[in-house]
Design a protein around this ligand. Structure first.
Ligand code: PRX
Length: 654
């Protein structure tokens, strides 16, 4: 572990929104002294309200908290409309395609595009306030435009990551009872076209009677099937629409969007975010954590299908009036210098990516950064998983030229925005450490009894006060919301929000996130529920039982490792093992998507189960990692199984 502390450069601190730890502490103290006053001040200052809020925080029906009740606003207005007066010709979105094509959209043009799309959704598809619209989109500007057009008319969007399979898409469409699906014919990746529309067709084959229309953006021009009366061409219909559209007056607590994420049971959770609290924090964290300035060009490499793409490609940067880059391609095409060439070309000031991408770019092109002028960079960000010190160091030295602040931002789909992160002009950084909670975010690392854990010891990462951008509920399942987030940890006898992560605080008060404590695996910064993967594996007709765990992976952070028990009837067929692994991964691709494919699948005689039938995953995790078994195995139904599994895993050299 690196011990050094890295101080922000003087130049950065001097002009930063938050300039010193004293300023940070003053803000944090202000928030703890007068929590509601703190949030009310920022809500008034940052949001262009159509009607003011009358109550800051309503805790009457905890944990169903309400923020800024009585307030009326519109997020499309907050992100784009209100900027027309001062930034109409400023670039809002810079799009770069996989093959290098560019599109620069000014704030005014974006506003027209949003209005036209909003009119199209209303007039052509009858979408009204509260209706759900699923987006299954590539990384093209129409994805952002469609999200904002939904916000404009009060429709609730649910973006489904384009890498999810037809089955996964169908589940999400049905759960949200979506009326409209917006997609594209496909897009380009690594120089070739790939398709999305056929996946939508497959998803809609059954069970999706709620969907009345599919609206298709033309991106790659490949042939697609058109179903008369259901499928409509976005590019054609939008031509007929007016540039003018009235903002829907939204209540602060009206849902802005749903975003499905994995939990510890099989069914993904539709995380519901609110209008006012979400947009407030998206904007504030852009200003605090990315220190966004009017002339900055900001680039986040995430996909709009994840929360990072929502908050830090679309909503946050635009609410802050920034120029945000959207990139369709992959960082390694045509070579591992792609990102650095783009940094030079667009003079990027803030670059935000995932540790998995940093590790990959380091491995594939350690010398690439030297070929480009990266001097425009001021702030580098990471998100999604703990970053390891070697990756941190390469990022700091080779990309940041040892002068940029690295913000290791810890947060989740459910938190809406950053929770624990360095402030680039203030926080002395310890590498690979998320450092301190942001002002207004009250966190604690506690043990099972709700007591703060001693210095250097692992505990549960909790947020002990509600915050504006927090998840409001799980769509259609309020009981699961309460159970998932407020069921495990208590503080002074009161349930508090538990993130599912472990954390540790050091002698200087720095927080280090130690990873999930539940059955969630983090693959390349993407959350994958073991139960979800197991449910897919079980669909293979030869599989009697399965347990899936995470195994450290040099690039992806964690890879998926599956232990399977075959049905009695085919137990001796070793020749089939290879095919079984392939077939299982094929099923996973169909059920979830390529992101959930297992790196290793081992056939074992049985799983380590307690006498009550519970699978001891910790043992399986240790075996996958090649660690010695320290757990007590005496409670197992058959303790000898541990050695048998170890021998199989070791002999397979997995
Ligand atoms: O385990 C934490 C990890 O990612 C989880 C949240 O995943 P998701 O909802 O998909 O959102 C990812 C993007 C915000 C967390 O529970 N995580 C996220 N950021 C960090 C992190 N782990 C360590 N350090 C981080 N900076």
């Amino acid at each position: 572990m690196l011990k050094e502390v890295y101080y922000p450069s003087e130049a950065l601190s001097k002009n930063a929104t938050i300039k010193s730890m004293d300023e940070y502490r003053a803000l944090a103290e202000e928030a703890s002294r007068d929590y509601e006053g703190f949030w009310a001040k920022y809500a008034k200052e940052k949001i262009d309200w159509f009607a003011p809020f009358t109550r800051v925080l309503n805790e009457d029906n905890a944990p169903f908290y309400k923020w800024f009740e009585g307030g009326k606003l519109n997020v499309a207005h907050q992100c784009v409309g209100r900027h027309i007066a001062t930034k109409k010709n400023k670039a809002a979105i810079i799009f770069e395609g996989d093959n290098g094509d560019q599109r620069i959209i000014t704030y005014r043009e974006l506003w027209y595009e949003i209005n036209r799309a909003a009119n199209m959704f209303k007039n052509q598809f009858g979408i009204q306030k509260g209706d759900r619209v699923v987006l299954y989109m590539p990384m093209i500007s129409e994805a952002a435009i469609s999200m904002l057009a939904c916000a404009k008319i009060g429709a609730i969007h649910s973006v489904v990551f384009g890498g999810f399979s037809a089955e996964a898409l169908r589940d999400r469409i049905i759960d949200a009872e979506a009326k409209l699906v917006i997609t594209a014919d496909g897009a380009f990746r690594k120089g070739s076209p790939y398709m999305l529309k056929p996946v939508v067709d497959k998803a809609l084959e059954h069970g999706c009677e709620c969907v009345k229309a599919v609206c298709i953006v033309e991106r790659n021009g490949e042939d697609i099937e058109w179903i008369a009366g259901r499928d409509y061409a976005y590019n054609e219909l939008i031509k007929n629409e007016s540039n003018v559209c009235e903002d829907e007056m939204m209540d602060s607590e009206d849902p802005l969007f749903l975003l499905y994420t994995s939990g510890s049971t099989g069914k993904p959770k539709g995380v519901q975010h609110s209008t006012a609290g979400y947009i407030l924090w998206a904007q504030m964290t852009m200003e605090w954590v990315f220190d966004i300035k009017d002339n900055d060009t900001y680039w986040c490499t995430a996909d709009v299908g994840w929360i990072t793409g929502h908050t830090y490609i679309v909503y946050g940067p635009l609410a802050a009036g920034a120029t945000t880059v959207m990139f369709e391609g992959v960082p390694t095409f045509p070579d591992a210098g792609r990102c650095w060439r783009m940094v030079e070309e667009y003079q990027i000031n803030q670059f935000y990516t995932a540790p998995t991408a940093i590790r990959l770019l380091h491995k594939m092109g350690a010398d690439e950064p030297k070929k480009y002028d990266l001097s425009s960079l001021r702030i580098l960000g990471t998100v999604g998983e703990p970053i390891d010190p070697p990756a941190w160091k390469w990022y700091y030295e080779e990309i940041g030229g040892s002068k940029c602040s690295i913000v290791d931002t810890y947060w989740q789909t459910e938190t809406g925005g950053h929770m624990i992160s360095p402030l680039p002009g203030a926080t002395p950084i310890k590498p690979a450490c998320a450092t301190f909670p942001l002002p207004g975010i009250i966190t604690e690392v506690i043990d099972e009894e709700g007591n703060p854990t001693p210095i250097g010891e692992k505990g549960f990462m909790c947020v002990t006060k509600p915050w504006p951008s927090m998840i409001r509920t799980i769509w259609g399942d309020p009981d699961r919301f309460v159970k998932s987030y407020f069921g495990d940890c208590k503080k002074d006898g009161k349930p508090v929000y538990f993130t599912g992560d472990g954390a540790m605080i050091d002698e200087d008060g720095y927080v280090t996130i130690t990873g999930r404590t539940d059955d969630v695996i983090n693959v390349s910064g993407h959350r994958m529920g073991t139960a979800e993967v197991e449910a897919a594996v079980k669909k293979h007709s030869h599989v009697a039982a399965v347990a899936v765990v995470g195994k450290p992976h040099p690039i992806k952070g964690e890879g998926i490792f599956a232990y399977i028990v075959l049905k009695e009837t085919i137990k001796d067929t070793t020749a089939e093992e290879m095919d079984i692994a392939q077939d299982i991964n094929k099923i996973i691709k169909e059920e979830i998507g390529a992101i959930a494919v297992c790196d290793s699948i081992v056939i074992v005689p049985d799983l380590p189960k307690t006498r009550s039938g519970k699978i001891m995953r910790r043992i399986l995790r240790s075996i996958a990692k090649g660690e010695a078994i320290t757990q007590d195995t005496s409670t197992l139904e058959d303790p000898s199984i541990v050695k048998k599994i170890e021998d199989i895993v070791n002999s397979d050299d997995i």
